[in-house]
Design a protein around this ligand. Structure first.
Ligand code: SIN
Length: 312
């Protein structure tokens, strides 16, 4: 029997498989494809203090490998989330991460303060990295000081675990990782989407109304893997890998470079049952390779050093 459980700071997950924010509704919408008990956890779509209508259409556009999105954090706001979504999460047997966004540190703090009344929310994931608001400027995703500040401001108002979700659209993600660790993050999600665009040369029409948007899908896996590894070797807090993961081999690659868990996003659109299938296959795949627990694999890549000196 292979032990699949992983530890993310104070959180224990039954396995390292999580849904990625924005690709799984708020979680329960996908219940008939993936039961909560088969997963390590669910991450909600981003919730903001006030409702947001999002960006103009078209805001999804397929590419050769994966797609571009420019949703613009459409959601009904934190009060609606508390009233309509959270009650249904009562008794759900999975660790629930609520992903929180905001245009200012005050917004993040106010949303988290409202969410504190919900025992169903186990942890927060701070969306510091959405490329589809503020004209793609990504202030919290690219400025270490701002990322540290917003993380610290949230850290100060909750005892629940706080994970900061970083952007790959930076030259040194290690600086961002160290900044959020200094701000008190319990962990990091690496990474959000890559800034990209598409255009039809025949009629000159961009694929997205906002022209640029976030690219996700299998094509970004090597970039995401490098980002995740760079975070792992720069900080002593757990890293959740995310970006282009579509097979169990991809999952195991992110674990071997030191991620404590992974999130599956875009691949769930073409196969909504993928997470459940992976959860079922994972023990046999690890056993075949001689592992008694998933933790033995985590961080076992040759040459991986963490700042604290441990290879895990
Ligand atoms: C969006 O809502 O625009 C996507 C969310 C994100 O990339 O963080």
């Amino acid at each position: 029997m292979v032990d699949l459980s992983v530890q993310l700071g104070a959180l224990v997950l039954r396995n390292p498989l999580l849904s990625a924010s924005g690709t799984f509704g708020h979680g329960l919408e996908m219940e008939h494809f993936v039961s909560p008990e088969s997963l390590g956890g669910w991450v909600s779509k981003t919730v903001t203090l006030e409702p947001r209508h999002g960006n103009p259409a078209p805001r999804i556009c397929e590419t050769e490998a994966g797609f571009l999105n420019s949703i613009g954090l459409e959601n009904r706001g934190v009060d609606s989330y508390l009233e309509k979504i959270v009650p249904a999460l009562k008794g759900v047997d999975a660790v629930i991460f609520t992903n929180v966004g905001g245009a200012s540190p005050d917004d993040f703090v106010a949303a988290v303060e409202r969410l504190e009344e919900a025992d169903e929310v186990d942890a927060y994931e701070l969306n510091l990295s959405c490329p589809n608001v503020q004209g793609g400027k990504l202030p919290y995703g690219t400025d270490p000081k701002m990322a540290e500040d917003v993380t610290r401001r949230v850290r100060d108002v909750t005892k629940k675990p706080v994970f900061s979700k970083l952007s790959p659209n930076v030259s040194r993600i290690s600086d961002m990782a160290k900044a959020v660790e200094a701000g008190g993050a319990d962990g990091i999600t690496a990474v959000n989407t890559l800034l990209g665009m598409s255009v039809d040369w025949r009629n000159g029409t961009p694929g997205l109304a906002t022209i640029q948007g976030g690219y996700s899908g299998v094509g970004m896996k090597p970039v995401a893997l490098r980002c995740a590894w760079d975070c792992v070797r720069s900080v002593n807090i757990p890293v959740i890998g995310c970006g282009g993961i579509s097979t169990l081999d991809d999952v195991l690659e992110f674990l071997v470079v030191g991620c404590s868990a992974v999130q599956i996003g875009t691949a769930s659109f073409s196969n909504p049952s993928l997470l459940a299938e992976m959860a079922e296959e994972l023990p046999a795949r690890l056993a075949e390779a001689g592992f008694d627990s998933v933790r033995e694999l985590i961080g076992s890549m040759h040459g991986l050093e963490r700042p604290g000196g441990s290879s895990k």
